[in-house]
Design a protein around this ligand. Structure first.
Ligand code: XMP
Length: 518
């Protein structure tokens, strides 16, 4: 792999993704990693990420200097560039000149192919306080800006380069080129991390892990579990049974999407559990959001266990082989050991099908463990899954249950389903699916307001639109949807959905608001 050393900012995962966009496999490792640990991973290249610290701060992360003696090509970025400069005998100074944002830069040397063939003058994205004031012995200065004389340096012999700017950020005009030049030319790494190869590798691994054992997979209709199921099916065919729990909190057409489109495109063996009444009974009278989440999570596990038991009975009646493996759609960001993250407060108890408890007594099969979300989508497309599933926006495990503020009843769900279907159709028709991260549609079931329709007074419920733009759902901003589109959605909902007489727009960023209302 290419190792991306994480110095504790949000950049390491982004760099890892960009490396993979160059069709090279990458892994994020903490900056506390030792040279032996690095060597044990047999990396073909190392990228040092940026970070929030100053190399002068006591306790700021350092790097085992022996890593630079392993003979592995290194690219240092921002803070990583400065760490590299110090470790190799250059100098870093606190000039008091900060650079932040888009900056004009002049290329002064080619550095082999790193900056070769690029325009002499270009815009790069900077974010730093300290600067490298002297390149290490034997390193050529490759670029400068008005306030940073050493904006990049490199040594062709040692195959080591550093840049002060952030090539992984789209605002750096030739950023991806710099990364690709480093990976393919300097380090000589072939571009063979492709969806097709990933599928081939995973299929082989799954076959090896599972042998002729039986496998079960809980489908939610979302991207991760759908792709995980499809790839396992590719590997072991009908040894896999997929289970889909219809908890009644789904959006319009979602059950059909799984039962018809997913099954048609993959050929998986599917059991649907109709647990709608079970969930409605369990949710009766409940209005507290956390309680709703807990109940939905609990009932989900119950339904899934019932399905697993049915399969055990079926096994007893046939070959006696019980189900041994459980597919989980765990993604790379969930497992990456990074230098940055610390524990976060429990804001909401999340539930998703990837979160089935481990005491279910299955061995886990996790074919997406090494992948980022966009890679999972690419693989889903390669496997021929319908775009409606592969391109689907995030939808929470507890479904519409947490989009009704107030008690969840069947009537309210039906009403919300209609409103949600209108919103989704209009957003798609307006070509905005790629621009928004997701748009929860929320029913304020405990709120009523007076309206007038035709000649009569109405006393109905408001529907809230919560369109958000986001990179990772950790932070978000409300999306500025065109007024005409909002007007059309509002007209349609108030005209077509009985019981709704008002449509309102949520204009809160996250933080302080969360994306979902409950
Ligand atoms: P919040 O509301 O915390 O949501 O800002 C962040 C993202 O997570 C989704 N979400 C969930 N996803 N199970 C999930 O799989 C859950 O319990 C859950 N709750 C929220 C939400 O839709 C948004 O994308």
């Amino acid at each position: 792999p290419v190792l991306v050393v994480d110095f504790g900012a949000q950049y390491a995962q982004l760099i890892a993704r960009r490396v993979r966009e160059a069709s090279v496999y990458s892994e994020v490792v903490p900056s506390s990693i030792t040279a032996e640990e690095v060597a044990a991973k047999s990396p073909v290249g190392i990228v040092l990420s940026g970070g929030p610290s100053s190399v002068y701060e006591p306790g700021s992360p350092e790097l085992d200097p022996a890593i630079f003696d392993l003979g592995v090509p290194v690219l240092g970025i921002c803070y990583g560039f400065q760490v590299m400069a110090r470790a190799l005998g250059g100098e870093v100074a606190n000039t008091g000149l900060r650079e932040y944002g888009s900056t004009d830069m002049t290329v002064t040397g080619e550095g082999g192919s790193l900056l070769g063939g690029q325009p002499e003058s270009q815009t790069v994205w900077m974010s730093h306080g300290d600067s490298v004031s002297k390149a290490p012995e034997g390193f050529e200065v490759l670029a400068s800006t008005s306030s940073t004389p050493v904006a990049a340096f490199g040594s062709k012999e040692r195959r080591m380069y550093g840049v002060q700017w952030h090539p992984e950020v789209k605002h750096s005009e030739f950023g991806q080129r710099v990364l690709e030049n480093f990976l393919h030319d300097t380090a000589g790494i072939p571009a063979d991390w492709t969806s097709n190869n990933v599928i081939t590798d995973q299929v082989a691994l799954i076959k090896k892990q599972v042998g002729d054992g039986k496998v079960i997979c809980a489908l939610s209709g979302g991207v991760d579990s759908s792709v995980a199921g499809a790839i396992v099916h590719q590997a072991v065919g009908d040894q896999l049974t997929c289970v889909f729990v219809d908890h009644g909190l789904l959006r319009q057409g979602e059950r059909e999407q799984v039962e018809i489109d997913y099954v048609a495109s993959t050929g998986v063996r599917l059991i649907t559990i109709d647990a709608r009444d079970q969930f409605m009974d369990a949710l009766a009278g409940v209005t507290d959001p956390e309680q709703k989440r807990k109940i939905i999570g609990r009932e989900f596990i119950r339904s899934f266990e019932a399905a697993a038991e049915a399969l055990v009975l079926e096994a007893a009646a046939t070959d006696g082989e019980p189900v041994k493996f459980l597919v989980q759609g765990t993604l790379y960001p969930d497992v990456v050991e990074s230098g940055g993250g610390t524990g976060t407060a429990n804001i909401k108890s999340h539930h998703n099908v990837g979160g089935l408890p481990e005491d279910l007594q299955f061995e886990l099969v996790e074919p997406l463990r090494a992948l980022f979300k966009d890679e999972v989508r690419a693989i889903g497309r390669e496997l021929g899954l319908p775009e409606a599933i592969v391109g689907r926006q995030p939808f929470p495990g507890p479904g519409l249950g947490i989009r009704i503020v107030g008690e969840v009843t069947w009537e309210r769900l039906e009403l919300l389903r209609q409103a949600d279907a209108i919103v989704r159709a209009e957003l798609t028709a307006a070509g905005l699916d790629d621009e928004i991260w997701q748009c929860p549609v929320v029913l304020l079931a405990d709120v009523r307001s007076v309206g007038v329709q035709g000649d009569g007074r109405t006393y109905g419920h408001p529907i809230v639109l919560r369109p958000v733009s986001s990179e990772d759902a950790m932070t978000a901003d409300w999306t500025r949807l065109p007024y005409d589109l909002l007007a059309r959605i509002s007209n349609r909902i108030t005209n077509e959905v009985d019981g709704v007489n008002r449509v309102v727009l949520d204009v809160t960023s996250k933080p302080p608001g969360t994306i979902e209302w409950e």
